[in-house]
Design a protein around this ligand. Structure first.
Ligand code: SF4
Ligand code: FES
Length: 163
């Protein structure tokens, strides 16, 4: 899986922002979209010197090489973390959509957490009204405790949900 940021994700950050931030070490830029985070902690355990939610800023890209950062950003299951190699920008290249896009929709049940949906999908409520969600990934609450239903807000961790 690659979490290289896509054109549509960059456009979404520009248009809606929703608290999104970017952090760079000159070699690679990390994009952070908090509304997509399900607190799996892959980033915190994968590269604690860069991702440390006990300090501010919580992402310090200058603490590691671009290669290590990309390796760990690629483990973020929801694309809350994405990246762009800065050399592409310097060369004036436009970011290309990620190459691993498929037309099939994938649903992944996370252990003790939400169900992740990836692909080209849309979500409606019981009466067929469209519920706004990210176009490429959504995490659906399975624990029943989220205050942002149908989406996961990380409550599964607080209530010790197991499944
Ligand atoms: S969802 Fe992504 S950003 Fe959030 S804790 Fe997990 S790896 Fe880190
Ligand atoms: S599964 Fe994450 S809040 Fe319910």
């Amino acid at each position: 899986m690659t979490n290289k940021i896509t054109k549509s994700e960059l456009a979404e950050i520009k248009e809606k922002n929703r608290g999104s931030r970017s952090y760079t070490n000159g070699e690679v830029t990390i994009y952070w979209r908090p509304h997509l985070c399900i607190h799996s902690a892959n980033c915190l355990t994968g590269l604690p010197k860069v991702f440390d939610n006990s300090s501010r800023p919580w992402i310090k890209p200058q603490e590691a090489s671009g290669r290590d950062i990309i390796r760990v950003v690629n483990t973020c299951p929801t694309r809350a973390l994405t990246y762009l190699k800065n050399c592409a920008n310097a060369a004036g290249d436009k970011p290309k959509p990620s190459s691993d896009k498929t037309t099939a929709v994938k649903v992944q049940i996370m252990k003790n957490g939400p169900a992740l949906i990836r692909g080209n999908f849309f979500i409606t409520d019981g009466t067929g009204n469209l519920i706004e969600s990210d176009n490429e990934v959504a995490s659906i609450c399975r624990c029943g405790g989220s205050k942002k239903k149908p989406f996961c807000d990380g409550t599964h961790l607080k209530i010790g949900f197991t499944d």
